[in-house]
Design a protein around this ligand. Sequence first.
Ligand code: HAM
Length: 435
Amino acid sequence: MLLQAPKGTQDLLPDQVPLWRHIEESSRAVLERFGYAEIRPPMMEYTGLFQRAVGEVTDIVQKEMYTFGSDAPGKEDTVTLRPELTAPVVRACLENSLFAKKPFQKLYYLGPLFRHENVQKGRLRQFHQVGVEALGSYDPLLDVETIELACALLDGLGLDQYEVRLNSIGCPLCRQEFRATLKAALAPRLSGMCPNCNARFERNVFRVLDCKEEKCRAATAGLPSIQEHLCGECKEHFGKLRGALDGAKLKWALDPRLVRGFDYYTKTVYELTYPTLGAQNAIGGGGRYDGLVEELGGPKTGAVGFAIGLERVLIALTESGKAAEWLSARERGPEIFLCTVTAEDRVRTYALLRELRARGLAADVDFEGRGHKAQMRTANKLGARLVAVLGPDEFTKGSVKLKDMATGTEREVPLAGLADAVRAAPAVPSAPAGA
Ligand code: HAM
């Protein structure tokens, strides 16, 4: 039987990695412009962290965590592959006393996460996020900064079709009142709703609002909205946030059904959707979580953050044609490809290659014993900018013809000055054949 990668995981092959690196590099540049510093928590955490932070009755904790192992027999210290990074970042801040050093922290991360989900387009079991956590402020302008940053990350990649959906789910105080109102209004409609929503009615009634099933959406139409139940402070926070977003001319839409699947959120929640992504159209999401730091044993701390799913970014880039555009615009091949004429020249050519690389040039040579013409085809396929054919004559004369693959022009240059000549040759962008 052919061995396969686990379901819901992907190999990122050499021809895919450049685009991933482009996404990562573009993201880092934007994040650093906004003043965020990178943090790298471990791939696994003690399971209790997610149970406490994400919530015992959420889908993630109940169904989607990869949990295993125990350090000592009989001890409840199993670990879980991180299904999200907000809780690990808060844990890392507290464990390393970051707030004692600087009470306001702006942190970002980029890396893999693991959820045991039903696999489909844009939904994997190992996926990647770029995300931020800004901790130490209750200022609604910080919510605005994170939303603008999420947009800037997508803008930076040329993705401009996204939509921002926004809601406030209030604080535990407003939610307590709203929970009772919602339950009373929902109870007579439950029989027409899916089993999941029936379970949610008891466990976490707010999640009923963002069920995607048609019959549930119909049954929940016209229900009272949390907007009408926000307390004074939550209303004021949301008002300031909306005003600032409008002031920034950022397009957003109020979605009173937006709840999100984590217990830690308070007040602001938002999602960025990308219309062509289909069923999994959320490209990113986040919100404020003013109670989480305290819940995990730290001081009372206002905080807000979001994460963007990189696989979904990649789908959006591919489907919009931006990926192909970017790939064809970049120069990928080596600066020079050295062809050899006889087997005897190979060692001397390899020495020359070593010298070019030591001078910082991307240079390559044939390792498959191909003939002269096939070597030229390889150089062309690789997208080499220049080619030099080295035979006994060239080594005797001490010079070689440097051919520009884009224009076909040739120039005789001394072997001793080859690196300088390659550097000096004007760069005419060439793309690998077939690109
Ligand atoms: P989330 O909404 O679960 O939020 O994930 C954020 C994004 O990660 C989603 O919008 C989606 O693009 C991507 N994503 C999630 N699950 C998968 C999957 N199975 N396969 C592929 N992509 C996926 C969080 O994780 C929060 N921790 C965000 C946050 C940060 N809130 C505050 N700070």
